[in-house]
Design a protein around this ligand. Structure first.
Ligand code: ADP
Ligand code: MG
Length: 671
């Protein structure tokens, strides 16, 4: 079976030792299958050799020739090595700086044939390439070469070698449980994976089909799990009839509920009183005030003598909720406590005892709440914030924690991911939907601009003005790892420190130790740090009202809904907020048009729908390999048609344990 092989540890791949395995683990690559899901970001057409005489200035090409001379300039390891290469049509000079070791490489002796790929440049009337890739001619295989993103400190080339190895480990007969189901329309999973990593053809049709085949694994499994859960949902729930406490709560709120909040609360309290299990999704734009609606529900549960638990996707967010809610609940005489992966053992023991006895009524925490030894006395309400960050199972994990003999737990999910109406049924068909539109009074729309990456100078000046006015700045980069493009967290921190030595620039990403993460966020919240360079971890709910500007690099690589979430980190006070979207050099005309939607539209749902309309068949495979809404590959905007289709035509099949475990991001999320 395919998924048995996919579950093999990384150490089965040739070239992966314990140290490397550990590094890859930290990037959530644990199995052979995880590695195979690291899809190429691009492909190079390496089918044809170019004669040297036909090179074009500034264009990358593959050439093959004989080494005429090899010489070194300078001394020691830092020597520059210059190779003169010739084919029948002409000559080219190859420069390798700091590459003294090449002098003793026999494969590069004079007279040997090598194949070289690099960008050709015309310099002083001669052709030259600097640091081209090379191999001996016999080793060169014409075809399409996948290009991978660097990962966990490994270059794209190392990754390519590992993936090539991994592919050889898939037995020819390995099949997915879905191969038979999809046999009429699509190729087997194994073949689709090969096609994506080692394409026969760069025809985008073939690549698209392979990508779709891969996505079907995640999608059909998801839909099936969801349907199964829906079937289990119909059992009577505890009824929460007492009104006094929530009236109290209304009085203690620091402001009037907006109309949208009031209407959502009315849906929810009707559910809670109905005696049937609530299973509702509260969708509201970033900053719409979902937390307060959730707080009302929690107070109502506690006021009736029951317990309520709030699940948050990250420690940072859980901690923030604990603080805000405690301030709100304390005057009412209720206590809320925090449980996360870093809660100390002793404190955790006490906390679990209080939950078990029912002494503690309200708790907020991360996935640590789902742990089996967390047992409630009489849980009546489970809330899941940013529920798209959790898997189907986890979403239900809390609500399934009822004690034998007790009735079913109410479940309230919350999300700021705007789900276009047409998709809501397919993706969350197992839930009722309350939509909150509009914002609390007094907010100004965030002023948004799309800028080119060469406009750094004026951007830096603008940033200085924000800092001078006591504002704080988020700077979002697309990845944690260093890549040739310099867009990693550390690389940006270094650069920005040089421009803003007094801002105490700090970095934040999901793979940092939780203490460091909290430390960085704390420093930014309190203003010790004025500029936070981060990956999209800040996308989730973080609230720092003094943040006035968010800069997003390589903005075209995100969906509009996600950009909108990120933009929601600023403009959280009455001060004007700004959002600068930097379009990468490689951004296509189409993706620039897409980004321009952000300038004029400030409504999340409208943006999600625009994304849906603008994309569909748009971007090339591999440019966006991460899904959203908690999916590993699926993307709401790109795959809308696919999602709707399989929702209507869901086949019956048995996924088996391994397949379910493999697609863990929607079966289990980790902070
Ligand atoms: P989200 O929906 O993104 O979770 P929050 O619940 O964090 O939004 O609320 C965002 C901000 O709006 C908070 O600072 C909160 O205090 C404020 N807020 C919420 N509801 C109201 C209201 N009815 N009037 C004024 N401010 C509000
Ligand atoms: Mg929130």
């Amino acid at each position: 079976m395919m998924y048995q092989t996919m579950a093999l540890p990384l150490s089965t791949v040739k070239g992966v030792g314990p140290a490397l395995e550990k590094r890859l683990h930290q990037r959530d690559i644990r199995t052979l299958g995880d590695l195979l899901l690291h899809l190429p970001k691009d492909y190079i057409d390496d089918r044809q050799l170019s004669p040297i005489a036909q090179l074009c200035d500034g264009v990358s090409a593959r050439i093959q020739g004989r080494i005429l001379t090899k010489e070194a300039r300078g001394y020691g390891k830092k020597r520059q090595v210059i190779i003169l290469l010739a084919d029948d049509s002409g000559r080219i000079r190859l420069n390798f700086f700091h590459s003294g070791y090449m002098m003793s490489d026999a494969r590069l002796s004079e007279g040997r044939e090598i194949a070289v790929r690099g960008v050709a440049e015309r310099w002083q009337g001669q052709w030259q390439m600097t640091h081209p890739e090379w191999c001996v001619s016999e080793a060169f295989q014409p075809g399409y070469q996948p290009v991978y993103r660097a990962l966990a400190g490994l270059s794209g080339k190392r990754i390519a070698t590992l993936i090539r190895q991994a592919l050889t480990l898939l037995p020819v007969a390995a099949s997915s449980p879905l191969d038979a189901v999809l046999a009429a329309t699509a190729s087997p999973l194994r073949q689709a994976l090969r096609e994506l990593h080692q394409p026969h053809d760069l025809d985008s049709e073939a690549l698209n089909r392979a990508a779709v085949r891969l996505k079907c694994e995640e999608l059909i499994l998801y839909l099936q799990l969801m349907r199964e859960k829906k079937r289990q949902a119909d059992c009577p729930a505890v009824s929460l009839q007492a009104e006094t406490s929530s009236r109290l709560m209304h009085q203690s709120l620091p402001f009037e509920l907006t109309d949208a909040q009031a209407s959502a609360w009315s849906d929810i309290s009707t559910d809670l009183n109905s005696g049937k299990r609530m299973h509702r999704l509260l969708q509201g734009d970033v900053g719409a005030g979902k937390t307060w609606v959730a707080a009302l529900a929690m107070i109502k549960a506690a006021g009736c003598g029951y317990q309520a638990a709030l699940l948050a996707p990250t420690e940072v967010l859980a901690k923030q909720h604990a603080e805000t809610l405690q301030a709100l609940f304390a005057p009412l005489g209720f206590t809320i406590k925090l449980l996360t992966g870093s809660t100390r053992a002793k404190e955790r023991r006490e906390l679990l005892a209080e939950l078990g006895s029912g002494e503690l009524k309200l708790i907020v925490g991360t996935h640590a709440l789902l742990s089996e030894d967390v047992v409630f006395n009489h849980l009546a309400l489970a809330l899941v914030d940013e529920q798209h960050r959790f898997g189907v199972r986890q979403r239900w994990g809390l609500a399934d924690k009822k004690r034998d003999g007790h009735q079913a737990v109410h479940l309230l999910g919350m999300t700021a991911t705007p789900i276009p109406r047409t998709l809501a049924l397919a993706l969350y068909g197992d839930m009722d939907l309350s939509i909150m539109r509009g914002m609390p009074p007094g907010r100004k729309p965030v002023e948004t601009r799309v800028i080119a990456s060469d406009k750094m100078k004026s951007l830096i000046a603008g940033m200085q003005r924000i800092l001078d006015a006591e504002g704080r700045i988020y700077w979002i980069v697309p990845r944690i790892d260093e890549d040739e493009d310099g867009l990693s967290v550390d690389q940006r921190v270094e650069l920005l420190k040089r421009y803003f030595p007094d801002a105490n620039v700090l970095g934040l990403h999901g793979r940092m130790k939780s203490g460091d993460k909290n430390g960085a966020l704390e420093a930014f919240t309190t203003g010790v740090c004025k500029m936070l360079v981060s990956t999209t971890v800040v996308e989730v709910g973080v609230n720092v009202p003094e943040a006035r500007l968010i800069v997003i690099e390589e903005a075209e690589s995100y969906g509009l809904a996600q950009l909108h979430q990120l933009r929601g980190r600023v403009g959280r006070s009455s001060e004007q907020g700004y959002c600068m979207l930097i379009a990468g050099d490689a951004a296509s005309e189409g993706s620039r048009t897409r980004l321009n939607q952000m300038v004029n539209t400030h409504d999340g749902l409208e943006l999600a729908e625009a994304d849906l309309a603008l994309r569909g068949s748009g971007d090339a495979v591999g440019t966006r390999q991460h899904g959203d809404a908690g999916f590993r590959l699926l993307n709401m905007a790109e795959d809308a048609t696919l999602i709707r289709y399989w929702f209507e035509n869901l086949p019956d099949f048995d996924p088996g344990e391994e397949m379910q475990r493999f697609w863990r991001p929607f079966a289990e999320s980790t902070d």
